[in-house]
Design a protein around this ligand. Structure first.
Ligand code: FE2
Length: 375
């Protein structure tokens, strides 16, 4: 029995935390120079900005890369024995900051901390010749952070402290456009706590829920609630493991990330067949789906604009809801720990998350869990 629930659209008129979207995603990684090369080469990001000893920052190096409205920051510490190095030792490479664009970072900090948000950074003004950026931030699940970024008075490449990063090596982009959603994995019994956090501290609404009857295969189970901000630009699904015959994929993540954290970042494209073909040619590894998935696909989802054959060759999944359909595919983890991965998604009207694909997808994840001996 499915208990999926679609709530009414959130009310934007009373939004105390108006968000303009995702500003950037920052990853703490063991070797930012090599990670930047990987995301440029494999995913088609472009060099944008750099900070490190040459720009007066002595303890770390950050490379900023961009593709359309997607900005990633890859940061590595230069020495051991500090919180950033400890973070990487404990979690491996992963998402540290989900940065959100606001008009007023001071107001965002005041509104969220007075509602119980734990401060990570008080409103801080950064200035250089190109203007001013104001940052503030609060903690969310695990050691993950939400920074509020106010950059309306800034014209530089990224923000003060960074210089423009120009390179000779500039691979073409792959059609990735923007962050569609970011999923957090939280511990046993913790999902509703974090749902309340997003409701009360950030003014988000729970727009969609999946229980373990929706998301259960023979072995693996999880529960998920999708949180959305007022205008729908920022969506954070929250996953919690559920009891199954064997270990939940969320539990495997929690074991190897050594705590709660960001499970996947979904990147939108306007042409998933072209994007995934290019990504695959450049070495991005995707989960594979048995070709039997496609035998009855059109009976399930009805007419789609795309030819079935390339979807089948690439392993792209399709699902339909009341408003349209979506196409999606998931990469394998992008580091050796079975933790962070990416989703590539193309929406054609659908605003949901591919519930009809959960079984096929989770069976694909379980096959890989089995190979790792973690099922
Ligand atoms: Fe997703």
């Amino acid at each position: 029995m499915s208990k999926t629930l679609m709530a009414a659209a959130p009310d934007t008129a009373t939004d105390f935390l108006p968000l303009e979207g995702t500003d950037y995603v920052e990853f703490y990684v063991g070797n930012a120079k090599q990670a930047a090369h990987f995301y440029k080469t494999a995913f088609g990001f472009q060099s944008l900005a750099y900070s490190g000893p040459e720009t007066g920052v002595k303890d770390r190096v950050s490379y900023v890369i961009r593709q359309n409205k997607l900005t990633f920051v890859l940061t590595t510490p230069l020495r051991s024995g500090n919180p950033m190095a400890d973070h990487i030792y404990k979690h491996g490479d992963g998402v540290k900051v989900l940065a959100l664009r606001v008009q007023d970072a001071t107001n965002a900090w005041e509104e969220t901390t007075k509602r119980g948000g734990k401060s990570y950074m008080e409103p801080t003004r950064l200035k250089d010749d190109h203007g001013e950026v104001v940052l503030s931030g609060i903690h969310t699940y695990g050691e993950t952070i939400h920074l509020f970024v106010e950059r309306k008075n800034y014209t530089g490449a990224f923000m003060p402290g960074y210089k423009e990063w120009k390179t000779v090596y500039n691979p073409t982009d792959t059609g990735l456009q923007y962050v569609d959603h970011c999923v957090g994995n939280v511990g046993w019994g913790q999902m509703n706590k974090w749902v309340s956090f997003y409701e009360e501290v950030l003014g988000f609404r729970n727009i969609l829920s999946f229980d373990d009857n929706d998301i259960s295969t023979e072995y693996s189970a999880l529960m998920s609630k999708v949180m959305s901000n007022g205008n729908g630009f920022v969506k954070f699904p929250i996953n919690e493991p559920a009891e199954g015959r064997k270990k939940s994929q969320v539990e495997e993540y929690l074991d190897f990330y050594d705590g709660e954290g960001c499970q996947h970042v979904a990147l939108a494209t306007n042409n998933i067949v072209e994007t995934v073909t290019t990504l695959r040619d450049r070495g991005v590894e995707f989960l594979t789906i048995p070709t039997s998935y496609y035998d009855e696909l059109l009976d399930r989802v009805g007419h789609i604009d795309e030819d079935l054959q390339p979807l089948k060759e690439l392993g792209i999944l399709v699902d339909r809801d009341d408003e349209g359909y979506l196409l999606q595919i998931f990469t394998r983890p992008v580091e050796d720990r079975p933790t962070l991965f990416f989703e590539i998604i193309q929406r054609k009207g659908a605003k949901s998350f591919g519930k009809g694909n959960f079984k096929a997808l989770f069976e694909a994840i379980e096959r890989e869990q089995e190979l790792r001996g973690n099922l």
